[in-house]
Design a protein around this ligand. Sequence first.
Ligand code: NAG
Length: 343
Amino acid sequence: MLGLGKSQATVDAVESKPKRSWSLRRKLLVAVIAIVIVVALAVGLGVGLTRGRGDGDDDGDDDDGDAPDGDLPESGPDRESAWQPRVAESWQIVLREPIKVDSNLDDLEPDVDVYDLDLFDNDIETFKTLQDAGKKVICYFSAGSWEEFRQDQDEFDEDDLGKELDGWPGERWLNLSSSGVRDIMKRRIKIAWQKGCDAIDPDNVDGYQNDNGLGLTADDSVDFMRFLSEEAKSYKMAIGLKNAGDIIPDVIDVVDFSVNEQCIEYSECETFAAFIEADKPVFNIEYPDGAPRDISSKVTDEICSQAGKARGTEDFSIVIKKMDLDGWVEYCDGDTFSTALQD
Ligand SMILES: *[C@@H]1O[C@H](CO)[C@@H](O)[C@H](O)[C@H]1NC(C)=O
């Protein structure tokens, strides 16, 4: 739109300018210049749209790079084996905006083992810088919901979209059995590999627990997680199970960690402790009222008590966050940090 508007303005300006009569040669020259400008803008716009839409082919080969950060390498790291995260590793999660990392890491905080970051929003250099400093990068994307602002949103078939997610306008549940949806998720997982992610954190795989409009069942989620895991493992990446406590026994053999929200608030951490027993970490997030400044110390104490509502959280990797998952984080030792975000 912007490009077209500009070119029209240029044409208008050229046409409305002359008051005296022009020679035919000058008129022709002006016409040619105008056409060149219009064509150049149209080509520019076309390229922009194509890049924004992604390549859309089924084999996942990238000819132009799907990511907003320009061209991705043809292939990602050639690893011997996938990363196996350890129980009780420290972590931070920031999804609201891309984080800002200087190449010398001077300003990076917190200094934790693992960063869970948005696959699309953060650029490949950010991931590489963190990894060069010995950190592991988990790449978040939504695997079970359609988000209207993602670069590949046009690739989804309307028939595969269900109801809106409660509290997330513009985001809709996906049919997890659809081959169209799965092809798009294959491409996203390939992008994660191309961007060098150590693991993926596919979100919204628990549609069965929600009013989804597609009749999704727990079995659909189990089958979908097994599919995602196979894809991730083919690129030697680890994979987490997001929430979805009911299906843990059915998928724990193919996932490497849990990313859990609010199991303490809802007193259900013992369910997720199955991961610890299997020697796999639980990356737990709590969103207490009043974060960041006005969390009552009673609430923090309870979150970190391993008792009462927090029963079953021994060796969990707990972060206290705001619901918008910005750079702010508090840990159970009372330390707080703010990871810098892109301006
Ligand atoms: C979901 O996709 C599967 C596989 O294509 C199809 O059989 C099923 O009918 C779809 N479900 C809905 C609710 O459209």
